[in-house]
Design a protein around this ligand. Structure first.
Ligand SMILES: NC(=O)c1ccc[n+]([C@@H]2O[C@H](COP(=O)([O-])OP(=O)(O)OC[C@H]3O[C@@H](n4cnc5c(N)ncnc54)[C@H](O)[C@@H]3O)[C@@H](O)[C@H]2O)c1
Length: 428
């Protein structure tokens, strides 16, 4: 695997706050204006071999992931706004930084979107593809990718959905096999959403695909089947930032000490466009499902009925425009200890959504590109670390415990590179 000078085309449906914060961050780091804080590929180390060998390289120096310098960005959105204007409007990064990146940001291709208001009711746009069928729209996306790659001398691609959260719906017959799905594309099945059309276009071309939002997309049997056939790595879904990140850090610790939990109330205020979209009850339902799954899987109440069978878990998101992207999330956790005596934990996390999401996008792009170049395909469970609702192979549940997810990710990297797996027996 030789990654020198090979350009990786990063394809992003949804050039909003997360996408623009990610792109600006990479450009700023490449110019030496800042550091990629929060990115495991750029800053995290990995222990190799026996402790006495003292080998702990930074991941990017160990695994042949692409250089940040070699990433080229393109995407789709529903208005013809350039990425500089999106970044200014999103109010995540300082204007003084953005002004230093302005020419590069204005130069990024933003193609017309595949969009249907039926799936994201709070948005309207005027930069939208028209076509004779959903299949025609998928083919237009594939043509966008081909022309983008030719223009930029791209040697590999990754697509990452950073679009708004689509409404909640359950998988149905049209999602059950690739034949039925393709028939659905030709017949304009209402069960095929825009995010699925982008995912289909990418996977059909063998381009790794990740879903950063909680809506149904590549996590349907039809697209998993296609990913196996075209030997394409896929991953999802819903970037693990903010409150769920805290939950998957705290819950494993409480469980490790066999402390009981009978209530976990999470609420937050958020004022960016994502918050506005989630103000629609059907979009919120998609997010709620994604957030609620986490605790049960970590705590396993069926195995620990005395500690967790009465757990009441509630999640609320409140759209509150004055805060913009600066979210505030409160958790009240009612726990109990020795002989059942109650205690409480309060968490007040003043976080920045897009600042937490951007390094996740970077790592996913680099790791999915690595997976493809390492001949790995289908669902990439080792990337569960980055998601609220990790995709898994059929018949096995997701892993939510962030420390298990981290061990799995690092052991997969060791495996890819032919290094010994670390068991922490440490009998050296
Ligand atoms: N920021 C976080 O911490 C975080 C965490 C988990 C998940 N997410 C998800 O990531 C996504 C992006 O978040 P954001 O804060 O950037 O939101 P945003 O509203 O700023 O950006 C979303 C963009 O997607 C565009 N869009 C919507 N439908 C589209 C389509 N069909 N094709 C192309 N573009 C489309 C919108 O016009 C908008 O510009 C959301 O779904 C959000 O729920 C964000």
């Amino acid at each position: 695997m030789n990654n020198e000078n090979s350009k990786v085309g990063v394809l992003i449906p949804g050039m909003g706050a997360v996408a623009s914060t990610f792109i600006c961050g990479v450009l700023a780091c490449n110019k030496g204006l800042s550091k990629p804080i929060g990115s495991m590929t750029q800053m995290g180390s990995i222990r190799l071999g026996k402790r006495s060998e003292k080998r702990s390289p930074i991941i990017k120096d160990f695994a042949p992931v692409a250089d940040m310098d070699n990433l080229v960005f393109g995407g789709w959105d529903i208005s013809n706004e350039n990425v500089y204007d999106v970044s200014i409007r999103s109010k995540v990064l300082d204007k003084t930084l953005l002004d230093q990146l302005k020419p590069e940001l204005e130069d990024i291709n933003v193609f017309k979107a595949v969009f249907d208001k039926e799936y994201v009711r709070r948005l309207d746009g005027n930069w939208i593809k028209t076509g004779t069928s959903k299949m025609d729209l998928a083919e237009q996306v594939m043509n966008d990718i081909k022309s983008f790659n030719e223009k930029n001398n791209i040697t590999s691609n990754v697509m990452i959905w950073c679009g708004s959260t689509e409404i909640y719906f359950e998988p149905s017959d049209v999602h059950s096999s690739i034949d039925k799905f393709e028939e659905g594309l030709r017949n304009d099945s209402p069960a095929i959403s825009p995010s699925m059309i982008y995912a289909y276009a990418a996977i059909k071309l063998g381009i790794p695909f990740a879903n950063g939002a909680p809506n149904l997309s590549a996590d349907i049997p039809a697209l998993v089947e296609l990913a196996e056939t075209t030997k394409t790595p896929i991953a999802g879904k819903d970037f693990k930032t903010g409150q769920t990140l805290m939950k998957t850090i705290l819950a494993p610790g409480l469980k490790a000490r066999q402390l009981g939990i009978n209530g976990w109330f999470s609420t937050n205020i958020l004022g960016n466009r994502d918050g506005e979209v989630l103000d629609d009850p059907d979009a919120f339902k998609t997010k709620e499902e994604s957030k609620l799954g986490v605790l049960d899987t970590i705590l396993e109440p069926e195995k620990n009925p005395d500690l967790y069978s009465d757990l009441y878990h509630k999640v609320r998101i409140n759209y509150y425009p004055p805060r913009g992207d600066d979210k505030e999330g409160w958790d009240n956790i009612d726990i109990f200890g020795w002989l059942g005596y109650p205690m409480q934990i309060k968490v007040d996390f003043l976080c920045r959504d897009s600042i937490l999401a951007a390094p996740i996008v970077l790592d996913l792009v680099l790791f999915l590109d690595l997976a493809k170049k390492s001949n790995m395909f289908g669902v990439q469970e080792w990337l569960s670390f980055y998601f609220k609702s990790p995709m898994t192979r059929p018949n096995v549940g997701p892993e939510h415990d962030i420390f298990v997810q981290l061990a799995k990710l690092k052991n997969t990297l060791r495996h890819i590179m032919g290094e010994e797996l670390i068991t922490h027996l440490d009998q050296d």
